[in-house]
Design a protein around this ligand. Structure first.
Ligand code: SF4
Length: 215
């Protein structure tokens, strides 16, 4: 131990010259900042990420289109959907509506029926079913080379998949644009669509959508 400490003291003043001996990057690894070839350290310039655009699946494009039509305030079907939700909420049709919504989302997104939908936060992946830890606010930090910590070499981290989808549109920064709160378990097994249009879920609160008639 004494030898190691002494040797450390001896080398410390010229650690800059020795960086390359302590640098073991992953093959094809990705770094946020540009590397300074002279020192082996990073510069303060972020890497230009605009050149690579992974392909986006048609299902994702479809989700984006649908979202823009019915869930964006400016979308042409937003107002009709909100009016319909107002009529259905609390009526005898609510159970049927909830069931149909869940069946559709179970088919497209393996929906777990949490009622506080976070599809829009994770590039239309359901974080409740696609992340074994149901992480709704970013990756846990345990993934390695893009693989999920719980299913290594079997399943990609859902946030890696979401990043690739978003990057196709140059929108990857949206993953850090706002904080997604923990799931609201009071809404479990209820209709997430009604919860959104009636101003009850976290997305409605984030965009300032209150209950109809109270805005
Ligand atoms: S986030 Fe909740 S409501 Fe949305 S698809 Fe997943 S389980 Fe269903």
């Amino acid at each position: 131990v004494e030898f190691i400490l002494d040797r450390g003291e001896e080398l410390a003043p010229r650690w800059h010259d020795l960086v390359h001996e302590f640098d073991y990057p992953q093959p094809n690894g990705w770094y946020y900042f540009e590397k300074d070839p002279e020192t082996g350290l990073n510069t303060e310039t972020p890497v230009d990420r605009s050149q690579s655009r992974p392909p986006a699946p048609w299902s994702y494009k479809g989700f984006r289109l649908l979202h823009g039509l019915i869930f964006e305030k400016e979308g042409p079907l937003f107002k009709p959907m909100r009016a319909m939700s107002r009529a259905i909420d609390g009526s005898r049709l609510e159970h049927l509506f909830t069931r149909l919504e869940h069946l559709g989302k179970e088919f497209t997104s393996e929906c777990m029926h949490c009622g506080d939908c976070a599809l829009v936060d994770v590039a239309y992946f359901c974080p409740m079913s696609q992340c074994p830890k149901s992480q709704r606010n970013g990756p846990c930090g345990g993934s390695l080379e893009g693989w999920c910590e719980v299913y290594p070499n079997e399943k990609k981290c859902v946030y890696v998949r979401a990043y690739d989808r978003l990057k196709h549109y140059g929108a990857e920064d949206s993953l850090v644009a706002y904080r997604v709160p923990p799931v609201n378990y009071d809404l479990r097994f209820t209709s997430s669509w009604l919860n959104f249009y009636m101003g009850r879920d976290h997305t409605a609160k984030r965009i300032g959508l209150g209950p109809p008639g109270e805005e």
